[in-house]
Design a binder for this molecule. Structure first.
Ligand code: ZN
Length: 259
């Protein structure tokens, strides 16, 4: 019985064991908390090894990024090359700007020295003139090199006298700074036998013009303003330009892609 009492006491403990049995639950919860905490720590510690993986990815991304940027660079570079092509050509009413020849570069092509061309052009013109003469054709030089002051007069003063509007004047004369005559490579040619056709479209009917059409290219002269020229300048059968060396060729063709 005494033993029973302790048993009873022991019974009471069973209630306490119940509470003590709650302890393991709590402990279990705590344990779970520890485990969960441990898991959290584990996963928390996981990202650190993941982080290098991510940096590894970012490295590959960087690597691929370099490739993609290099690709975009390749794509971008052609447009920058094509941009100048789409830029409008500097011109005034169809006339292109020309650098004025230096006086030291000019050589007379007439006896009185009043008409001058750049040396290369002058030499070839004289050869062409001699060749034509041997065939009975008189090629006369009407105008060669002109400075900007002369062109200033020809464009503005003649324009006033003729009461021409600017665009009409520009069809037949270049504004100062925009004449091929500034270069020393351009020459207006007449037929010595038919001076009435000088600076006139009737010049195309002369034997001199027909001779030039056939032979001028042999001396590297070409017609600057043929009919329906892309610059929109009126037909000038008398106006020829020399394109027989690098500088003259670049002068007339380097930036020229008018359409
Ligand atoms: Zn001319």
């Amino acid at each position: 019985m005494i033993d029973d009492i302790p048993e009873a006491i022991r019974e009471t403990p069973p209630t306490s064991p119940k509470s003590s049995s709650a302890m393991p639950i709590l402990g279990g919860i705590l344990g779970l908390g520890v485990v969960v905490g441990g898991l959290i720590w584990f996963f928390a510690s996981q990202p650190s090894p993941k982080a290098p993986v991510e940096t590894g990815k970012t490295d590959t991304e960087v690597a691929s990024g370099i490739q993609s940027t290099s690709n975009t660079e390749i794509i971008e570079s052609p447009p920058t090359e094509t941009v100048p092509e789409t830029e409008p050509i500097e011109n005034v009413l169809g006339h292109l700007p020309y650098e004025q020849a230096k006086p030291s570069e000019l050589v007379p092509i007439t006896a009185d020295g009043s008409i001058r061309l750049k040396k290369s052009a002058a030499t070839e013109f004289k050869k062409m003139q001699s060749s034509a003469r041997r065939e009975g054709i008189i090629l006369t030089a009407i105008s060669g090199f002109r400075d900007e002051a002369t062109q200033q007069y020809l464009f503005f003063e003649v324009k006033k006298n003729r009461r021409q509007d600017t665009s009409t004047r520009a069809e037949v004369s270049a504004p100062p700074g925009y004449s091929e005559h500034h270069t020393g490579y351009a020459i207006d040619i007449g037929d010595g036998k038919v001076p009435a056709t000088n600076l006139n479209t009737n010049f195309e009917k002369t034997s001199a013009f027909r001779w030039l059409e056939k032979n001028a290219a042999r001396y590297s002269f070409e017609l600057s303003f043929p009919r329906d020229n892309p610059q929109g300048i009126s037909y000038e059968p008398w106006h020829w330009r020399y394109v027989g060396d690098r500088h003259s060729l670049e002068t007339f063709y380097k930036v020229r892609n008018l359409k």
